[in-house]
Ligand binder design. Structure first.
Ligand code: ZN
Length: 294
């Protein structure tokens, strides 16, 4: 399952071979090349609700350029400005408007660019020896001239799961959620864990219930800053819950009918629904849709 998942499905050829070939990369950096316009890390959106592109002449001479890939044979780049301060950018209203207005393909290109540019801004120094690092391989690596260590863009795996028991599904809410919103439980995969083990640990930590038969459903790149959401389904051994109030505010079982009504009512929620469903740009929305179709 992948159709309609936000931030996935970019129609861009990542052209890995070009990243590793400085001559071919330089050959792409002419007047035909396209520069993705970003305002800090926020997208620049045209009145037609597409991503705004310029040419490399628009780039600040002090910036590094990252090679996003090829679109229609043209090299596509994004700019890493030395003025990007490397702090984790807070969620920004411009980004949320873009989520609603950009076409699927554009949103995926933006997500990849944002994640990569943000990684460069936050990794200017070597994690091994502390010396400044330089962008390499078209932006898909940073290299340390002092200790020769290479560093690669991060992808942080997060498991997110629907948990089923007796035909009902377990959903939780975090204190930061809008009122009445419930969503799938989620948590980062830790070193030394399989995806299945991370799912079982997270569900037990947050809701105090043991699960079995974990299966993979769908995934989503989530560029805030670099998560890979790994959507799974699991079966609970019992319906008894022990909530960890430090992680979630509430967790409850919902019937198939309650989920179907909430999904039909949309992310704004209707009167009389049991809860407000996660919005379509969240992979949890797609997990619930998948679950209803089972
Ligand atoms: Zn180093």
């Amino acid at each position: 399952m992948s159709s309609g998942i936000a931030f996935a499905g970019a129609q861009l050829d990542r052209a890995d071979a070009i990243r590793n070939d400085p001559d071919r990369l330089a050959g792409l950096m002419d007047w035909r090349a396209r520069l993705l316009k970003l305002d800090g890390l926020a997208p620049s959106v045209t009145p037609d609700n597409t991503l705004e592109w310029g040419t490399l002449a628009d780039a600040d001479p002090d910036s590094d350029l990252v090679f996003l890939g090829l679109l229609g044979g043209k090299g596509c780049f994004a700019e890493v400005s030395p003025r990007l301060d490397g702090s984790i950018a807070p969620f920004n209203p411009v980004v949320w408007r873009a989520l609603a207005s950009l076409e699927h393909d554009d949103l995926a290109i933006y997500g990849a660019a944002r994640s990569l540019v943000d990684w460069h801004a936050r990794h200017r120094f070597c994690a091994r020896c502390g010396q400044p690092t330089k962008l390499a391989k078209g932006g898909w690596q940073r290299s340390c001239g002092a200790c020769k260590a290479d560093h690669f863009p991060r992808v942080d795996p997060v498991t997110i799961m629907t948990v089923e028991h007796d035909g009902n599904v377990l959903l939780g809410r975090q204190p930061r959620f809008p009122a009445r919103r419930f969503s799938a439980l989620a948590g980062f995969v830790e070193p030394g864990e399989s995806i299945e083990e991370a799912v079982a640990r997270e569900v037990f930590e947050e809701a105090g219930v043991r699960v079995h038969d974990v299966s993979y459903v769908a995934s989503q790149p989530w560029p805030f800053p670099s998560q890979l959401m790994i959507g799974c389904h699991a079966h609970a051994d019992s319906a008894d819950l022990t909530i960890d109030a430090t992680e979630i505010e509430e967790a409850r079982w919902f019937t198939r009918e309650e989920v179907a009504e909430a999904m039909a009512a949309g992310a704004e929620g209707g009167e009389g629904t049991a809860f407000i469903a996660p919005p379509p740009h969240a992979v949890a929305h797609h997990l619930l849709k998948w679950w209803l179709e089972q």
